[in-house]
Design a protein around this ligand. Structure first.
Ligand SMILES: [Zn+2]
Length: 469
């Protein structure tokens, strides 16, 4: 019989557990067996366990990212199609002309790029909304992402997205990026059979995630909900991000009414953004148990209203955190989004009667994310839960005077650089500046070449003024 690997993390200066009692441990050890945390306490020991020193380090639960578009890491730092100076609909109209160039190879390397950024900044479980299906790239794009996740050791939930409505009927999607509802459903079926593992400590799951109501037929959403419920997987889409005017014009109803009417709502559904929801709509979501992924970077970059999180908390609406992007964030650093989310709340604190605590935002990025992805085994550090965690070094000069409050530290003081160590499912995937088991420099050059081949050599937006040929 195989011996299960044990790891004993010794002498952590603090462990911020994010458990239901908000326990912050001081000077403790964590014992891990295989994928699972066995215990947290003082003076733990275990025969034959590999020891890992956490002296001078704070340990946090791995962050859970609930909205992203990995493929867009190859469509970033692009001021020629400038999100801050366009409406979402105008921007979609132009940016899809670039999205349609994405190849299968670009999906693989852009996913590696995003996941590496996430891992280096404490994220251990990522959801990606992969709705980019140019006809020329084939159908096996989530498969390429699964390959990338397995190379880096990322816990990955893939949202299989789609757009079905042609431009001639009012969408912003080029014809070569459309699929039929049947094509979409059969690929969801295939992916669920291949990759969806709903057991505890699962490393891969599938979410049925049509991109947004304004760019698909109604049937696509109706059938998505039916398939997801039949298969026992979750549902996701963009909602409340500027689509209400065209939805009212087309359907005579707001997008949340539209989704609720067709059953694309409830505890197995979470939406991204939501800055356009009214207070009444947010209350309805809270009552139904529908979740909301807050994506602070695109809200700031696009100049959109900032969610009223104190009000959302009073309603009892479940909230998580997403990077989004990278064409509307430009990075995949969830620690950075965590601080941005906190500062954005403070900006409105006087008019809203206070801001949430920094720690409240950390809980959105941990237990909130685990809730939306349906992962009771993730989000907090407790015996029985998955060994997904990250450590930061605190004995560094820039943190002197700030280490007395580990729970509030990350959003308030801004630890946004690479963390000291990231562990996923009991395995160290990032430590001492290295991604375990990969040659990062070689991957960087391969990724740059894939980006050139797929996009940059074909689009004049990427010409580099000042760079001699
Ligand atoms: Zn998005």
């Amino acid at each position: 019989m195989n011996k299960v690997n044990k790891i004993l993390i010794k002498d952590a200066a603090a462990v911020v557990s994010c458990d239901a009692d908000d326990t912050v441990y001081r000077d403790v050890d964590i014992l891990i067996e295989g994928s699972r945390i066995l215990g947290i306490g003082k003076g733990l020991s275990a025969d034959g366990a590999e020891q890992l020193s956490a002296e001078g380090r704070f340990i946090y639960p791995g962050l859970v990212n609930t909205h992203h578009h990995f493929f867009q890491t190859f469509v970033r730092n692009l001021t020629a199609v400038d999100f801050p100076n366009m409406s979402v609909i105008q921007w979609l109209d132009e940016i899809y002309e670039i999205f349609k160039l994405i190849s299968s190879e670009a999906i693989y390397y852009s996913s590696l790029t995003a996941m590496a950024d996430l891992i280096k900044h404490g994220c251990t479980c990522a959801f990606d909304h992969q709705y980019c299906y140019p006809r020329s790239a084939g159908k096996e794009l989530v498969d390429r992402q699964m390959e990338a996740a397995s190379l880096l050791g990322m816990r990955y939930h893939a949202g299989r997205g789609v757009n079905t409505l042609p431009r001639s009927e009012g969408s912003t999607i080029p014809d070569e990026m459309l699929e039929t509802t049947d094509e979409f459903l059969s690929d969801c079926d295939r992916l669920i059979d291949l990759y969806h593992d709903d057991k505890p400590f699962s490393m891969s799951q599938i979410v049925v995630a049509p991109c947004q109501p304004v760019n698909s037929y109604r049937d696509t959403f109706v059938e998505s909900a039916a398939l997801a419920r039949d298969k026992g997987v979750r549902l996701h889409s963009h909602l409340g991000e500027g689509e209400n005017a065209p939805m009212e014009e087309r359907w005579g109803m707001r997008s949340l009414d539209w989704c609720e009417e067709i059953g694309f709502a409830g505890p197995d559904v979470w939406y991204a953004h939501g800055w356009e929801f009214s207070a009444g709509e947010l209350e309805r979501m809270a009552r139904r148990g529908t979740g909301l992924s807050h994506c602070p970077a695109p809200a700031v970059l696009g100049g959109f209203p900032i969610l009223d999180i104190p009000a959302i908390d009073r309603m009892g609406l479940s909230l998580s955190l997403g990077c989004d992007g990278s064409a509307t964030n430009d990075g995949s650093n969830l620690l950075d989004s965590l601080r941005m989310a906190y500062l954005m709340q403070c900006f409105h604190s006087k008019e809203r009667g206070g801001s949430p605590s920094p720690y409240r935002m950390l809980k959105a990025a941990t237990v909130g994310g685990a809730d939306h992805l349906g992962r009771p085994d993730l989000g907090s550090l407790e015996p029985g839960k998955a060994a997904d965690l990250f450590m930061i070094d605190t004995e560094v000069l820039e943190l002197a005077g700030a280490v007395h409050d580990p729970a509030n530290l990350l959003p308030r003081v801004a630890v946004t650089g690479p963390v000291a160590l990231t562990m996923i499912n009991g395995k160290v995937v990032w430590e001492n500046g290295e991604l375990t088991g990969v040659d990062e420099r070689a991957l960087f050059h391969a990724a740059e070449a894939a980006c050139d081949d797929s996009i940059r050599d074909k689009v004049e937006h990427f010409t580099k003024p000042g760079f001699p040929e």
